[in-house]
Design a protein around this ligand. Sequence first.
Ligand code: DGY
Length: 429
Amino acid sequence: MSHADLDQTAKSILTDNDQGGYTIPTKGLYPYQWNWDSVFVALGFATFDQDRAWREIEMLFEGQWRDGMVPHILFRKDDPSYFPGPSVWGTNGGPIPSSGHSQPPVAASVVLDLVRGDRTGQALERAAALFPKLMAWHRWYMTYRDPDGLGVIAVIHPWESGRDNLPDWDDALRAVEVRDIEPYERKDTSHVDPAMRPHKEDYDRYLSIVAACRKVGWDPAKVAETCPFFVADPGVTFIFLRANRDLLVLAQQLGMGKEADEIRGWIARMESGAKALWNPDIQAHVALDLRTGKQTDGISCASFLAPYAGLTDTATMAAQRAHFDRMASKVRYMMPSYDPEHGCYEALRYWRGPVWAMINYMIARGFAEAGDPARAERLRNDTAALIETSGFAEYFSPESGAGAGGGTFSWTAAIWLTWASPSHVEQAA
Ligand code: DGY
């Protein structure tokens, strides 16, 4: 397929997955509005319909909870093709039935991108309407996912990290007692080869965490205190630190002085807190179980988001480059979601090895901003090659390049349009 054909296919995927203002990740496997999927999708729409891009994010915030949280799934209608649906979550925090926790907060960064690339003349007005909602969400993160003011952001469920099945969660997940769950039937493995999905033991614990939080009514303070899973995640921490920097730029543009001061405080706390995620033995940022104080021992794709978060000190950058080059010598396509030399690496199982287009986009952006255009370009070329070879899959094998997981995937299409497509680069030049 030519690049122009791929551009056209990517647009069709977005418009086919459009449910009238919000977009599902893919039919069957993920039939609702997912938080960070939607936000990346907005970047794709922005390449051909900026009004629609804003609408995607505005509709996501329609589901914001009274306490500020923006849920990871909005169940706008019942769909029996997905489990666990709204009755399992048992939430009551917002105006739309939803899951009970959040997902990586990329929205402020994408809103700033929409403002910067605006051709509609309405961007500042729309950003101003979203700004208090973004502030409330970020304040919720600082309050309830960093309750002790450590400057690192915890996830209360592997699904809150967006990187569900990452080996980093294995120990903390194994410590979760399986209890209070009804017999259940998974739906994911009827859409996708079970060899590419989490195991049943993982699902039992995913549901046990949901049950534990449901028991405390999803009250965020009680969840922070009692949730059996509470792990500081470099992925969410770095994405959120970046989002805070971008929210600060928005606050300044909108003349929000008091809010800008508050955000500066969050940034300072996180810049210092990120040091707690540095594992000196492997020279990388890793996850930290806040219940046990134990760090993980593997390098995940999130370790490479430090430059995206603006953490570009000499030691971090030298370690990032060394790990990048070592991993690039082990796989054909960068960036594997887990270190291919780690014992837990699996090339095709969900988040235990595969390459994800939107992760590559964020890592590349960080590297480019940190003055490393060569590695950024390597990521862009690999992402383009994967899509050219295997289409708009959910994720890809870093070894063979085979597409895996769901097909005709919205965020893969969006990242193609906004970044990976050579025709996009030609237009931008
Ligand atoms: C799932 O159901 O696999 C989702 O990734 C949860 O967000």
